[in-house]
Design a protein around this ligand. Structure first.
Ligand code: XMP
Length: 512
């Protein structure tokens, strides 16, 4: 049986992290919503299933549930938090609300493990786990035993080794759980017997073959932004169907300083056909007086598609539209039952009618680090592969409120100074993402002998592994000082510079 894991999403906030951790163990997995029918689950042919956490109580009316047929598939199951409670409740156990100070837990919790349970093989007897639950398993189903306990919760893990059903009340996918990855590895390697065959080398081969089968002799139009995702997408498609590929780079006027020219020079002169479209004016018109972030994203996404449709008509009929959508975009746009955070323009903003036979998204199931790895595999230069991410809607979501050409110009200059100074200080490679934001705050200042009433620029720099959670970067004061002095002196219309010290969550990386 192919080594692949189905992650059934019960709406927990860490669901993507579970998928990432599984992939980090070199095992392929996909996230599907809990409503997925048994038939669809069977069609996926999972070799193991993970139930995620979720905010509900298993007995609440309408609470996410699972088809009992899942327990008869004969594959190992790991339930996490809500998933663990659901497993217990559906197999004949009992879940009860924990009253204050009984078995309710939130945060880092010392947990003792039964080391004879295969899930915890090789771990120390006690270590810290991350708990976040209001209910707990008050009675075990027949054939299960408790395999971990904390001070207040006697059922911090449960197992039925014969059926290979396991459950943990804590979150192994969160870094705060000291041996979380080891526990997931034990599940995948010891219990499921996987070997870890998922690599970008094997993905490349499979993807090229599938792309050739799907596209046949059809012509493909690729939306190239010059970012990591679309560049890797271009390289992959070029490997599969170079002669049929045209890369269209839409300069929507929302790019960073000099970026348009850089992208053009990086891709012009390569194998596939390259077309640059200067569309600043029409995008600015579409964004005129638009205030709401979601509305900006939708309009930009829609305009992108319109431009591509027009280009494709000019180029002669194109059959496929290729996009560099990646897995976090798909999940965050509401694939599962987790709340929609932002609709990424690649996914949520697609208009209903698209004038192509089909959309091709060959990176749709990959996480960012996998995309970079694939890029290296395809021989793209490191400068392109390790480039910091830049959102599709560009600077439009870094200008708070309505976007104008003049505001974009101001932001572009401030952003260029920030990036230049950070890179000069040797911090570029160690800072995952860094950029400036033009806020809608105006404040009083003194410039020379006069009073100013100008804009405030916010600087954002984050450290993160996966962009799903992020910490603000502890940049040296001297660097921040240089940036601030330069921005206020060199960028007209700005008299104040702020440094953002919020992590994600609760904030997001971008402002809109
Ligand atoms: P957030 O703001 O959601 O950002 O914490 C996480 C990462 O995603 C990037 N981002 C986007 N990328 N289209 C994209 O291609 C978008 O609409 C979009 N919004 C955010 C963001 O720059 C960060 O790296």
């Amino acid at each position: 049986m192919e080594e692949k894991v189905l992650i059934l999403d019960f709406g927990g906030q860490y669901d993507q992290l579970i998928a990432r951790r599984v992939r980090e163990c070199a095992v392929y997995c996909e996230v599907m919503p809990w409503q997925t029918s048994l038939k669809e689950i069977e069609a996926f042919r999972p070799a193991a299933i993970i139930f995620t956490g979720g905010p509900h109580s298993v007995y609440a009316p309408g609470a996410p549930d699972v088809d009992p047929g899942v327990f008869a598939l004969g594959v190992p199951i790991l339930g996490i938090c809500y998933g663990c409670q659901l497993l217990a409740a559906r197999l004949g156990g009992e879940v009860s609300p924990a009253r204050e100070s009984t078995a309710r837990e939130y945060g880092k919790t010392e947990t003792a493990f039964s080391l004879d349970c295969p899930l915890f093989r090789g771990l120390p007897e006690k270590s810290v786990t991350w708990m976040s639950h209001g209910d707990f398993i008050s009675r075990l189903p027949a054939s299960f035993r408790a395999a971990a306990r904390s001070e207040v919760c006697p059922t911090a893990a449960i197992c039925d080794e014969v059926r290979r059903f396991y459950g943990v009340q804590f979150h192994p996918e969160v870094r705060h759980t000291e041996y979380g990855t080891a526990i997931l590895r034990n599940f995948l390697y010891e219990i499921c017997g996987f070997h870890g065959a998922w690599t970008m080398g094997s993905y490349r081969e499979r993807a090229v073959k599938e792309l050739r089968e799907k596209i046949g002799g059809g012509r493909v139009l690729l939306a190239l932004s010059g970012g990591v995702d679309s560049s890797v997408c271009a390289a992959l498609l070029a490997e599969a169907v170079e002669a049929q590929l045209t890369c269209v780079f839409v300069d929507h006027g929302l790019l960073r300083k000099n970026e348009g020219d850089e992208v053009a020079s990086a891709f012009a002169g390569r194998g596939a056909k390259f077309v640059r479209v200067n569309a600043e004016e029409r995008f600015l018109k579409k964004l005129s007086r638009v205030q709401q972030p979601e509305s900006k994203r939708k309009r930009i996404g829609e305009e992108f598609i319109r431009v591509f449709e027009e280009e494709s008509q000019k180029l002669g009929r194109m059959d496929y539209l290729a996009q560099g959508t990646i897995y976090p975009d798909v999940i965050e746009s509401g694939l599962g039952s987790s709340a929609v955070i932002k609709s990424h323009h690649n996914v949520g903003g697609l208009p209903d009618t698209v004038d192509f036979r089909e959309i091709v998204e060959p990176l749709r199931l990959l996480f960012k680090d996998e995309v970079r790895q694939l890029g290296r595999e395809l021989g793209l230069p490191e400068s392109l592969v390790s480039r910091q991410p830049f959102p599709g809607p560009g600077l439009a979501i870094r200008v708070i409120g309505p976007v104008t050409k003049e505001k974009l110009e101001t932001l572009r200059e401030a952003d260029a100074i920030f990036r230049e100074e950070l890179e000069k200080a040797g911090l570029g490679a160690s800072t995952a993402q860094y950029f400036a934001v033009l806020t809608n705050l105006r404040s009083v200042g003194v410039m020379g002998d006069g009073r100013s009433y100008d804009r405030a620029v916010a600087l954002r720099a984050v450290e993160t592994e996966d962009f799903m959670t992020a910490d603000w970067a502890r940049l040296p004061y001297e660097v921040l000082d240089r940036v601030s002095v330069r921005i206020v002196n060199e960028v007209s219309g700005v008299n104040r510079v702020l440094y953002d010290i919020t992590s994600k969550p609760p904030a997001t990386v971008e402002y809109e």
